[in-house]
Design a protein around this ligand. Sequence first.
Ligand SMILES: Nc1ncnc2c1ncn2[C@@H]1O[C@H](COP(=O)(O)OP(=O)(O)O)[C@@H](O)[C@H]1O
Ligand SMILES: [Mg+2]
Length: 318
Amino acid sequence: MALPVIEILGLTKDFPTGFWRKRMRRSLDGLTLAVEEGEIFGFLGPNGAGKTTTLKLLMGLIFPTAGTAHILGRSIDDTQMHREIGYLPEQPYFYDYLTARELLDYYARFFGYGAAERRQRVARMLERVGLADAGGVQLRKFSKGMLQRVGIAQAILHDPRVIFLDEPMSGLDPIGRREVRDIILGLKRQGRTVFFSTHILSDAEMICDRVGVLHLGKLRGVGAPGEILSMESHGMEILFEMRAGRALPADLLPRAAQTGQRYRIEVPEAELYGVLEQLRDCEARILSLAPVRPSLEDYFLRLVESPAATPAVEEPVR
Ligand SMILES: Nc1ncnc2c1ncn2[C@@H]1O[C@H](COP(=O)(O)OP(=O)(O)O)[C@@H](O)[C@H]1O
Ligand SMILES: [Mg+2]
C-alpha cells in the first residue's frame, strides 16, 4: 500500500453570508479523505460544491473552521511544505505582455534558482507542456488552452511531488482537454501525485485512479471511476440488422427499438448469450455490442437531485 501523501481529516469551512454577513454558511462539511502517492485523484462536483474552497484550504490560502490536513506528512500551515507542492489556481491571472518564458522565469526566481538553472528549468517545463516553440510569445496572444498549459508549467516548475490543479480542463476544447490529460498522465508516469478538481466528468473518468464526488460541501462517494459506476446494475446493448424476409423472434420484438432495418436491444448481462444465439438463429447481422453503463454524469445527476440542503450555522460573526 502506497503512503498517503494527502490526508484530510474533518476539514470544514464556514463563510459569512448575507448582506450583514452575520450568518455562516458551511461550504465544506467535514471532509475526510486520503490520497496515496502516485495517484491521480479526481475531485468531482458541480459548481458550488466546495472544490475550490477545499483546494484553497489545502494551499493555506484560507483557514479551516474545523479539521486538519497533512500533505507529505506535514500540516497545511507548514510553509516549508508548500515549497514541495504545486498549485494551479482556478482562474490564473497572468501578465499579458510577458512572454511565457519571462513569466516562468519570474516564478522560478521565488525558488532561488540561479540564472542558468532557471533557463534550463523553464525550457524543460515549456517542452513538457508542449510550448517549446511558444516560449517567446506574449501571453496575450495565447489561446485559453495554451494559457492553461503555462499555468501547469508554473505549477510544476520546481518538480513538486504533489500537484494540485483547480479545474485544469475548464473552458478548453476537446483537443485542449486531451493535452491537459496527457500532461497529467505524464506527471503520474514520473511518480507524482496529482489532485485535480473538475466538473467535467468524462475527463476524470478517463485518467483518474480514484475519484471523490463532492456535493453541497459533503463528500458523497469515493472510489475508482469503475467502482462508482458499477454500483449500478448494467447490461449490454446489442445493435443489429435483420435480413430481408427474416423476422425477429417474437419474445424479442417488444424489447427491441427499431429504426429502419436496424434494431437496438438492451439485455441484462445474464441473458446476453441466450439473446445472441436467438439472433444467430435468425441470421441477424450484429453491428455492435457494448456495455450499457450509467456514466459518472448519471451518478452525479442523481446526487444533485437528492434533496440535501446546505446546513446553515446560526452563529453571529464577530
Ligand atoms: N470567500 C467566500 N465567501 C463566501 N462564500 C464563499 C466564498 N468562497 C466560496 N464560497 C461559497 O462556498 C461554496 C463553494 O464554493 P467553491 O468552493 O468555489 O465551489 P466549487 O469550486 O466546487 O465550484 C459556494 O456556495 C460559494 O458561494
Ligand atoms: Mg471552483
